[in-house]
Design a protein around this ligand. Structure first.
Ligand code: NIG
Ligand code: FE
Length: 407
């Protein structure tokens, strides 16, 4: 075997490359070679150069669909306890905001998370992450925000990093201490924000645990002014920002995060056209979270047409969390984005691959093109639209992470 033989060669694949800005970039009977974790050749099966045919591992895909591995760019995967009781309350007509105002909601997950050990949180998070991997995910974002005090926030972020190490996947960590006012700061939101900016964020950053900073800007979260203080602290440390923006009401969140050159504005159901224009001007991605939209029985649609018209890329993610979106499948999020938001299956797939990568500031993945990481999903499907069409089911034939087959 020549010493420069590829590590992996996929043959007879129906490749969805997403190589251009529109269209699937289909190569019907295609092949793809990888070396040192990256794609080194891609093209028609009949044209594989002889030098690449002696790969260490050859997988005949027999016409199966092959896409970039999925990327979940918005999750709250680390938490203790569950909120099934609140789910039942909501079914009886109590609103999410009322539950939060009565001391439930995020704060109830904070209590359970504070009480859990690092190993217990890790076991819980690993099981959830494995469910995402089983449906094609190879890159994941995980937020803190159920600790809201130093040790618990750091514990959550350490657990997130350990999930990445143990599963051999990329985990991007997001610091979300400005998720809710913790009980010990009740009525003193400004003091808590000062504590977040002056103590919690620097401590997490000093331990190398923060890839980006997020906040919940909302009537039941923080004001735009408080959010701006958190963003200013983040930017002073050189950290990028993103925002839970305009989820339940228009707080000008999309414009605010864009004004800090934010990576993304997430949820965005109530965002105004001014916000959309600001996002376009500053290159912020819209992260659509159709699981939360479904579970909250939201009726206000995100401004999808405006995102299209202004050229704002749309990502799609699970928002996996114990309150508003106990959703552990990116494919199901993609399906919900089609059904609820009328995204095309192509937009949904881009949303969970190249546009999700953009929302995480990762330029090395999300498409099947030479030079990109060999994070690849092989599906028991023929049509790209099937990825959004089947609700559940076991479509994943294999997942390659850096050209290695995931167990
Ligand atoms: O993305 N909106 C704020 N954060 C989460 C919900 C968290 C929770 O309810 O625990 C969200 O929907
Ligand atoms: Fe969220």
């Amino acid at each position: 075997m020549p010493h420069n033989a590829p590590d992996l060669l996929l043959t007879h694949a129906r490749l969805v490359t997403l190589s251009d800005d529109t269209g699937y970039g289909l190569i019907d009977d295609g092949a793809l070679a990888c070396r040192e974790g990256h794609i080194v050749w891609i093209g028609p099966n009949a044209q594989v150069p002889t030098t690449l045919r002696d790969a260490h591992e050859v997988h005949d895909c027999a016409g199966m669909l092959v896409t970039p591995a999925l990327i979940d760019c918005h999750t709250h995967l680390v938490f203790g306890g569950d909120r099934a009781g609140e789910f039942e309350q909501r079914l009886l007509g109590v609103s999410y905001e009322d539950i939060a105002r009565q001391g439930g909601g995020i704060v109830s997950s904070v209590c359970a998370t504070r009480a859990a050990s690092e190993d217990a949180l890790l076991d819980l998070a690993l099981a959830r992450a494995r469910a995402l991997l089983a449906d094609g995910v190879a890159t994941l974002e995980i937020k803190s925000g159920y600790g809201l005090e130093r040790d618990s926030e750091l514990r959550m972020l350490r657990v997130a990093r350990r999930v990445g190490e143990m599963l051999g996947i990329t985990v991007k960590t997001t610091f979300l201490a400005a998720h809710a006012v913790p009980p010990e700061y009740a009525g003193r939101a400004d003091d808590y924000i000062a504590h977040v900016c002056e103590t919690l964020l620097p401590a997490a950053h000093a331990e190398g645990l923060v890839d980006a900073v997020d906040a919940f800007c909302e009537r039941i979260g923080f004001t735009p002014q408080q959010t701006a203080r958190v963003f200013a602290a983040a930017r002073a440390l050189g950290l990028p920002v993103k925002l839970h923006a305009d989820q339940l009401s228009d707080s000008d969140g999309a414009a605010l995060v864009a004004s800090f050159d934010g990576l993304s504005a997430d949820h965005v159901e109530y965002s105004s056209e001014t916000g959309v224009r600001m996002m376009a001007a500053h290159g912020s991605t819209a992260v659509l979270l159709p699981g939360a939209f479904l579970c909250l029985r939201e009726t206000r649609m995100p401004p999808i047409e405006q995102f299209r018209a202004h050229g704002v890329p749309m990502a799609v993610a699970t928002d996996a969390n114990p309150g508003t979106s106990p959703l552990l499948s990116v494919r199901l999020a993609m399906a919900l984005a089609c059904i609820q938001f009328r995204l095309s299956p192509e937009e949904s797939l881009r949303g969970a691959t190249c546009h999700a990568a953009r929302a995480l500031d990762l330029s090395d993945r999300g498409r099947l093109v030479v030079g990109q990481r060999a994070d690849i999903a092989v599906w028991r499907a023929r049509q790209p639209a099937e990825l959004c069409y089947w609700l559940g089911g076991d479509l994943l034939d294999g997942l390659y992470i850096g050209a290695r087959r995931a167990p």
